[in-house]
Ligand binder design. Structure first.
Ligand SMILES: Cc1cc2nc3c(=O)[nH]c(=O)nc-3n(C[C@H](O)[C@H](O)[C@H](O)COP(=O)(O)OP(=O)(O)OC[C@H]3O[C@@H](n4cnc5c(N)ncnc54)[C@H](O)[C@@H]3O)c2cc1C
Length: 460
């Protein structure tokens, strides 16, 4: 491997565990597993993987990246497309997974490598919760920096709305404590701006009281009228209810009747964060839309909302997300036509009705600019053979174009890769992008953190 001019070449044999935490080289047994990330299409071979155990070792890893000039990728839970780089250095924070809960103050300090599921289990023991997404194995590091839209978004806002403070190692190796008062610009930027500004080694979250939820999976047959009515009900529901509505060609799940396998269905996940009897009344309105094919919505501990997750799952998927204004009859027909036309193993649109607490935060209060967006749509195809990728890419681009309404925003957390135009115009539009570029120029002028949805440092 050739180092860029004027930079020291990387000699991985000289790197010690004492300096960097665990050092994993290409000839180590663990290397293949350690370089694997959730998306099955990502297949990159870094020169070395460093697993620091503390902020000092994180700073050492950053110094190594600066000295060698090699590309740097940072990962926590490894669920994005950016957690590994070709030929460079991976800073893998998965060993840093401590959590300290102050039940009285209702706060938690958590290291970035802890998963959303582990955090939820630990907080749940105290009848408390912070909202992340819908995935148990997603890393707190990535979701807390990208935004975090999940089961509690309408009731308690996004994950970033519960972020109170953080400790972050910046590109020059300095450890900063950031919150509303200390480095407020950086604290603003990391709430939605992703891993562009440094490596967060600890997050402080607000915990919300949550003894249990009325929630779970409901499967319904689907036609345009049912879909339109389902979304209308989700919009009209009290903000205690957050819904994730998957319109899918049904996977062969045991709870889906066999005659529906491979055909479009609604597989909705509903979460009512309030008393079960009130939740039941709200959910009954969805049950009245059509007779459910399966109904597992019930009173349960909040942690029960998260399916176990399989660490060995690395699906081949193509995804595009977008915000839409409404699911009227025309949009419902568009969704069903495209899903039916796809030849993918599973084709779908996931619809998340936003609003509630998420929308009450001013659009300029954090680096997530899409507070007024109404519905997030995540279009996806899951397929079995890499050679099919182009076919599904064409399908998904056509689907997105057909579904597009007035909202041109995109949620960074669900984006695989984005070009600079998309980053500036759709992920971080307008003033949000301009402000992020200024903050990037202040804290990472040489763009050390660029294996991400990269915000370029402002030049003036
Ligand atoms: C199955 C699945 C379900 C999902 N569900 C949801 C959902 O319901 N809601 C939602 O909002 N999102 C969801 N997402 C998207 C998810 O939030 C992002 O992919 C997120 O980045 C994953 O975090 P991670 O730590 O696992 O990923 P990683 O790949 O480890 O990290 C993602 C990126 O974040 C940055 N980063 C991570 N940790 C740090 C750190 N400590 N310091 C600095 N930078 C860091 C790096 O740039 C890194 O490349 C889901 C993704 C998957 C695959």
């Amino acid at each position: 491997m050739t180092a860029p001019l004027g930079r020291a070449p990387l000699s991985t044999g000289e790197l010690t565990d004492e300096q960097y935490g665990q050092v994993i080289r290409p000839d180590d047994d663990e290397y293949e597993t350690a370089r694997t990330v959730y998306p099955g299409a990502v297949d990159r071979r870094p020169a070395v993987i460093l697993r620091p155990g503390n902020a000092t070792q994180v700073a050492q890893g950053l110094a190594l990246a600066r000295e060698t000039g090699l590309e740097l990728a940072v990962r926590s839970g490894g669920h994005s497309w950016h957690g590994v780089c070709e030929g460079g250095i991976v800073l893998d924070l998965s060993r840093m997974r401590a959590i300290e809960i102050d039940a009285e103050a209702r706060t938690a300090w958590a290291e970035p490598g802890i998963t959303a599921g582990e955090f939820t289990d630990a907080a749940g023991e105290h009848g408390l919760a912070t909202g992340f997404g819908d995935g148990r194995l997603v890393g707190v590091g990535g979701i807390a920096l990208g935004g975090g839209i999940g089961f509690l978004s309408r009731k308690h806002g996004m994950t970033i709305d519960s972020l109170l403070a953080a400790e972050i190692v910046t590109a020059d190796g300095e450890l900063l404590s950031v919150d509303e008062h200390s480095h407020p610009d950086l604290f603003w930027a990391i709430r939605g701006g992703g891993g562009n500004f440094g490596v967060v080694t600890r997050f402080k979250f607000r915990l919300h009281e949550l003894d249990g939820v009325y929630g779970g999976i409901m499967v319904l047959p689907v036609d345009p009228g049912i879909l339109e009515a389902f979304i209308a009900e989700a919009e009209a529901a009290p903000e205690e209810l957050s819904t994730i509505v998957n319109v899918w060609t049904a996977p062969p799940f045991p709870f889906v009747p066999e005659e529906h396998h491979g055909k479009p269905i609604i597989l909705a996940v509903l979460c009512y964060a309030g008393p079960a009897d009130e939740g039941e009344k709200v959910v009954d309105r969805f049950r009245a839309i059509a007779t459910p094919l399966a109904d597992m919505v019930q009173a349960m501990p909040y942690a029960g909302m998260f399916p176990p997750g399989d660490p060995l799952e690395h699906p081949l998927t193509i995804e595009r997300n977008m915000f839409i204004d409404r699911v009227d009859r025309a949009a419902a027909e568009t969704i069903l036509e495209h899903i039916t036309a796809s030849g993918a193993m599973i084709a779908g649109a996931q619809l998340r009705v936003l609003g509630g607490a998420l929308a009450r935060v001013p659009s300029d209060a954090t680096a997530f600019a899409h507070r007024q967006s109404k519905i997030m749509a995540l279009l996806s195809a899951v397929y079995g053979d890499k050679a099919e990728a182009d076919v599904h890419a064409t399908w998904i681009d056509g689907f997105r174009a057909a579904l597009k309404q007035s909202d041109s925003g995109i949620y960074a957390g669900f984006v695989a890769t984005a070009d600079q135009q998309e980053i500036r115009e759709a992920l971080y539009p307008g003033d949000t992008g301009a402000r992020l570029a200024q903050i990037k120029a202040k804290y990472d002028p040489e763009n050390l953190f660029r294996s991400n949805h990269n915000i370029l440092p402002a030049t003036s």
